[in-house]
Every structure is written in structure tokens, then in C-alpha cells.
Design a binder for this molecule. Structure first.
Ligand code: SF4
Length: 349
């Protein structure tokens, strides 16, 4: 069961209110470099990214937005800190979303100007609170804690609500998984705005993947979260691929799943090599709702392979091929990959 959240719209993409959980990423390019940014967004889109965020630190980046928007088809979110004029520039350029904290942009007049423009252009705003940049007021009161993150987010929310603006999405990210999970759980009890999940500054593509999977996964299993970003110190394409795996692993998204055993003393074929090759060979089938099992032996292998749509269970220098719960044939090890792919291509067209 998912938490019931309100629904907002980023261009054509619905977030919250029971819509499928979407995957976001953030460009690493200099936003004012239109060619590089467009190329990266297209690359992200190709691997399944549904929302691309870009940093807008200055006027040249703001000037680039309209040009970028003309070239890409997924919603663009402008990430702005402190300067309300950049927010106005981004909204006028037509970005589908803003990430800005209204409490950080100065006077009430500034906030009102941004909100009025966001209302006019129907641009939702994400309030993004990070443990690493918490306001001194909350740090003094609560220290780095879930309470501080949540109270800070609620304060920003209240500012927007006072202006009659409710097209809001919220994130309360931290690099600590327990802190991030506690913060989102607490926030989800207090508001029904859609939540953007992420472990911030999670680390490289190893530590970061593990921390993001734990934090985002724990919350999604609780039914909390409407859109996700896996933050990695790596090419953002990896963030999108990881996001897809998290959603597929939790049964929240259809698509190709390859299960393979860890191998052990019973394995008599090169299973690690085979699993790698199967993954590569099936990379074009990511969108197909299909489970493929690559198993080392006949102990757990046949059962797992039978439960998958297609599978291999290794023997001694050979393996059994399975399809839809039935043994298809016995194949020499050297032909396993080829025969498995042939079988899938024949049946899935
Ligand atoms: Fe070992 Fe067989 Fe299990 Fe693979 S499936 S880990 S080879 S027992």
C-alpha cells in the first residue's frame, strides 16, 4: 500500500496521487553550455530518466534554459538557491519545475513574485531541505536531526501555503541513511504533498548505490515516496539505471530482471562470465517485463529458472534451458548464451 499523496504535474508527468514512481537525475554539465547539457539530458532520457534537474547558479545558466527546453522532451527542473530573479527567469523560460526554498530568497515581496509567476505558469516547486545545509536556527534548536529537517521543510511549506500555493513537492535528504529515513517517515505523517526521495552525497557508484538502495528502498517499502533520485558521484546515467533497478527490485516497476546465483562449490560452469554476457546481450530488452534466471547448478537452479520466464541451470560442462516453467533442452556450456538469447528472441519477437 502506498501513502496517499496529492498529485502535481511536471509537464506531462504526474507525480504523487498514486501515479507510478518516477526517476529523476541531475545534469553534471555547466547549464550555460547548451550543447553539452542537451546531450546529457538526451542520454539520460534514453536510459529511462523522467525528470532532469539542472543547476541555475547565474544569469547565463538562466539564459540557456529556453534553448535547452526546445531540444529535450522530458521535464526540466531548475535548481535555484537564494536568487529569486533567477527563479523568475527560469519560470519565464518555461521550466516544468523549480527547486527552491522560499525561506531562503529574501523578503516577502520576493517570495510573492516567485509564487505569482509559478501560479501563472503552473510551475510546481520542490522544497529541498538537506542535512548538510540546515539553517542555523534549526541546528541550534534541534542539532542535525530528523526534527530539524522536518521543521525546516514545514517552515518553507508554510510560506508557500500562506501565498495560496500548493503545487509543492518536498525532499528532506541526508547523507546518513537512518536520518534520512526517519525524516521522511516523520514528514509523511505530517503532510500529504508528494515526496522526492534521495540519500544526498551518498558517495561513489559503490557506497552510493548501497546507501541509496537502503534509504530509498526502506521508504518505498513503507509506501512513502513519489519520485526518486539516486545521487552518485558518478555519471548520472548510473543514477538512472540504479533507480530503475530499485523500482524493479521492489516490484514497483515492470521491466527486465536478471536473477543469478552467487555461485558456490557446486558450480561447474563459468557462471559469473555467463551472467555478465546475458546481461549485456539483453540490454536492449530493458523495457520487456521478463525475468531471466542464470543459475549455477541443479540444487536451486531448476526451481528458480522455472519460476522465471527463461532460464539456465548449469550442470557439468553443460546446462538446462528453461522457458515458462518447462525444460526446453540440454545445451553444451559453450552454446548456453547463444541458445538462451535465441530462445528469448524467438519467443519474445
Ligand atoms: Fe551454488 Fe547451485 Fe545455489 Fe548457484 S544455485 S549458489 S551453484 S547451490
Amino acid at each position: 500500500m502506498r501513502n496517499k499523496s496529492r498529485q502535481i504535474r511536471l509537464g506531462d508527468l504526474l507525480i504523487g496521487g498514486g501515479s507510478p514512481i518516477s526517476i529523476q537525475s541531475m545534469c553534471t554539465t555547466d547549464t550555460s553550455d547548451v550543447l553539452a547539457t542537451v546531450a546529457q539530458i538526451k542520454e539520460l532520457e534514453q536510459v529511462g530518466c523522467q525528470v532532469a534537474r539542472v543547476a541555475v547558479p547565474d544569469v547565463p545558466a538562466g539564459d540557456a534554459l529556453a534553448k535547452i527546453l526546445r531540444e529535450v522532451s522530458i521535464p526540466l527542473v531548475a535548481d535555484i538557491h537564494f536568487d529569486y530573479r533567477l527563479a523568475l527567469q527560469a519560470i519565464a523560460a518555461g521550466v516544468q519545475g523549480l527547486r527552491i526554498n522560499p525561506g531562503n530568497i529574501g523578503s516577502d515581496t520576493n517570495v510573492q513574485k516567485v509564487v505569482a509567476a509559478a501560479k501563472d505558469y503552473k510551475t510546481p516547486i520542490r522544497i529541498g531541505v538537506n542535512a548538510g545545509s540546515l539553517d542555523k536556527k534549526w541546528l541550534t534548536k534541534y542539532g542535525v536531526s530528523a526534527q530539524a529537517l522536518v521543521e525546516s521543510a514545514l517552515e518553507h511549506v508554510a510560506i508557500l501555503e500562506r501565498c495560496g500555493f500548493e503545487q509543492i513537492k518536498i525532499s528532506v535528504k541526508a547523507s546518513s541513511v537512518p536520518l534520512m529515513v526517519e525524516s521522511y517517515r516523520s514528514l509523511a505523517q505530517k503532510v500529504d504533498y508528494p515526496l522526492h526521495l534521495g540519500v544526498t552525497e551518498a558517495g561513489d557508484d559503490y557506497a552510493g548505490l548501497i546507501k541509496s538502495s537502503m534509504g530509498i528502498g526502506a521508504l518505498l517499502l513503507d509506501g512513502i515516496g513519489d519520485t526518486i533520485r539516486v545521487s552518485l558521484t558518478a555519471n548520472p546515467v548510473q543514477e538512472v539505471l540504479a533507480g530503475k533497478e530499485i523500482l524493479k527490485g521492489l516490484g514497483l516497476r515492470k521491466g527486465l530482471q536478471i536473477v543469478s546465483c552467487p555461485t558456490c562449490g557446486r558450480t561447474k560452469i563459468d557462471l559469473i562470465g555467463l551472467a555478465k554476457k546475458v546481461k549485456e546481450a539483453l540490454s536492449a530488452y530493458q523495457e520487456l517485463d521478463m525475468k531471466v534466471a542464470v543459475m549455477g547448478c541443479i540444487v536451486n537452479g531448476p526451481q528458480e529458472a522455472k519460476e522465471a520466464d527463461y532460464g539456465v541451470a548449469g550442470g557439468v560442462n553443460e546446462g538446462l534451458l528453461f522457458a515458462k516453467g518447462k525444460i526446453v533442452k540440454k545445451v553444451p556450456e559453450a552454446e548456453l548464451l547463444c541458445e538462451l538469447i535465441k530462445l528469448i528472441e524467438q519467443r519474445e519477437g
